[in-house]
Design a binder for this molecule. Structure first.
Ligand code: SAM
Length: 363
C-alpha cells in the first residue's frame, strides 16, 4: 500500500511528524533562512492586503493582482502556509483557494501591532549585510560592516527611514511588556534612560498618577518622543524629554527613586555595559532602584528568543544576550545587585529590578 495520503486525508504537520534525525534538525535550520525570503516576498507583493481585499483567491488570481508570476508565488505560499500566514482550501475540480491566515493578518499595515516594520527593518541593507557578515564578526568580535558605518546609532542618525523603522519595531515590542512593568510599584520620579519614543514611560506614568518622568534620548529621537508623549492621555504635564547621552553622568538626574533601562544593556559589549551601569549607579541614591528590561538566556537548552536575538546583537552591536550569571557579575562589577526575583515578560524579555550594592532593601 502506498504511503501517500489519500485525497482529503490530512498531511501530518512538521510538529506531528517530529524532527527525527540530526540531519532533519540541520535542514530545518537551513530552511529558516529560506523562509525569511518567502516572508519578504509575501510582503513585497502585498499578499496580505490582496487576500484581505478579495477574501479568497487562486494562486493565479493572486499573482495577477500582485503583478507576480504564479509559478513564483506558489512556493512562497506553500512555505508560509504551515505557519498560519495563509489558509489553503483544495477544491475537487479546480485550483485551490488561498485565504489570509491569522499570522498573515499581522502583515497588514493597519493591524494595531503590525509586524511590517520588523520585516522591513530586517531587510534593511545595513542590517541584512551585517547578518551576512556574521562569520567574519565571529572572528573579530566586532561587526566590521556596522563599525565602518559609524556604529548602529550613528548610522541611524544619518538614515531617518532606518531610524523610524527601528523606533517602530521597538515601540511594538515594548507595547507588549509596558502594561506589565507599569503595573508594579513606582515612586514619585522615574528616569527612562534611552527610552525610545516613550512607550514604556507613558504606560508607567498613566498607571502612577503621582509620578513624574524624565526620558533621556539621543537628539534625533528626542523630538519623536516629545510628539509621542504629547499625544498620550492622562500624563499631561508630568513628563520631560531631554536630549542627552546616557553615558554622561551630568545628563542623568541624580537621586531619583526609579531608573529604567529597557533593552539598553544587551546593545552593549561588556566594558561599555559596565561603564553605563557604573555611571547610573553613581547617580542613584541608597534607596533608588534600577529597572532593567533585558533578556536572560535560560540555563536549560530549550529554544528561547534570547538565543536568536543574541545573534542580532552581535551582528549590529558586537554585543549579545547574557545568562543569569553574566548579568549578576556585570551588575556586581558596577556596584549593583539584583534586589528581587526576576520577572518574565512577553517576547522572551525579563524584568530585573536592581539596587545599589550594600544598600538596605529598597522601599
Ligand atoms: C533598543 S532601544 C530601546 C528603546 C526603549 N528603551 C524600549 O525599550 O523600547 C535603545 C535606545 O537607546 C537609545 N540610546 C542608545 N545610546 C544612547 C546614548 N548614548 N544616549 C541616549 N540614548 C541612547 C537609542 O536611541 C535607542 O532608542
Amino acid at each position: 500500500m502506498s504511503d501517500l495520503p489519500r485525497r482529503g486525508e490530512p498531511v501530518p504537520s512538521l510538529e506531528q511528524a517530529q524532527l527525527t534525525s540530526p540531519a532533519d534538525v540541520i535542514q530545518e535550520m537551513i530552511a529558516g533562512a529560506w523562509r525569511l525570503e518567502a516572508l519578504r516576498a509575501f510582503v513585497a507583493y502585498d499578499c496580505a492586503q490582496l487576500l484581505r481585499a478579495h477574501g479568497a483567491l487562486t494562486v493565479r488570481e493572486l499573482a495577477e493582482h500582485a503583478n507576480a508570476h504564479p509559478a513564483g508565488l506558489e512556493p512562497v505560499l506553500m512555505a508560509l502556509e504551515p505557519f498560519g500566514y495563509v489558509r489553503y482550501q483544495s477544491r475537487e475540480e479546480e485550483a485551490g483557494l488561498y485565504r489570509l491566515g491569522p499570522v498573515g493578518e499581522y502583515l497588514l499595515p493597519d493591524h494595531p501591532t503590525t509586524m511590517l516594520p520588523a520585516v522591513e527593518w530586517n531587510a534593511y541593507p545595513l542590517v541584512a549585510r551585517a547578518m551576512d557578515d556574521l562569520v567574519h564578526t565571529v572572528h573579530e568580535g566586532r561587526p566590521a560592516v556596522v563599525d565602518a558605518a559609524g556604529g548602529m546609532y550613528g548610522y541611524l542618525q544619518r538614515h531617518p527611514r532606518a531610524r523610524e523603522l527601528f523606533d517602530q519595531v521597538m515601540a511594538v515590542r515594548t507595547a507588549r511588556i509596558a502594561p506589565i512593568v507599569a503595573g508594579r510599584e513606582f515612586g514619585d520620579e522615574i528616569v527612562d534612560l534611552g527610552g525610545g519614543i516613550g512607550v514604556l514611560l507613558a504606560h508607567t506614568l498613566r498607571a502612577h498618577p503621582q509620578a513624574r518622568g524624565y526620558l533621556i534620548e539621543r537628539e534625533e529621537v528626542a523630538k519623536r518622543a516629545q510628539e509621542h508623549l504629547a499625544g498620550e492621555q492622562g500624563i499631561e504635564g508630568r513628563w520631560e524629554v531631554r536630549a542627552g547621552d546616557i553615558f554622561n553622568p551630568v545628563h542623568i538626574p541624580e537621586g531619583v527613586g526609579d531608573y529604567v533601562a529597557a533593552s539598553i544593556v544587551h546593545n552593549l559589549p561588556e566594558q561599555q555595559a559596565r561603564e553605563l551601569l557604573t555611571t547610573i549607579r553613581g547617580r542613584m541614591a541608597p534607596g533608588s532602584r534600577l529597572w532593567l528590561v533585558d533578556m536572560v538566556v535560560p540555563p536549560t537548552p530549550e529554544p528561547h528568543p534570547s538565543r536568536d536575538l543574541g545573534l542580532r546583537m552581535l551582528s549590529l552591536f558586537g554585543a549579545g544576550e547574557r545568562r543569569l550569571e553574566a548579568h549578576v557579575s556585570l551588575l556586581e562589577s558596577a556596584g549593583l545587585r539584583i534586589a528581587e526575583r526576576i520577572f518574565p515578560l512577553p517576547g522572551g524579555l525579563s524584568l530585573i529590578i536592581c539596587a545599589p550594592d550594600g544598600s538596605e532593601e529598597p522601599r
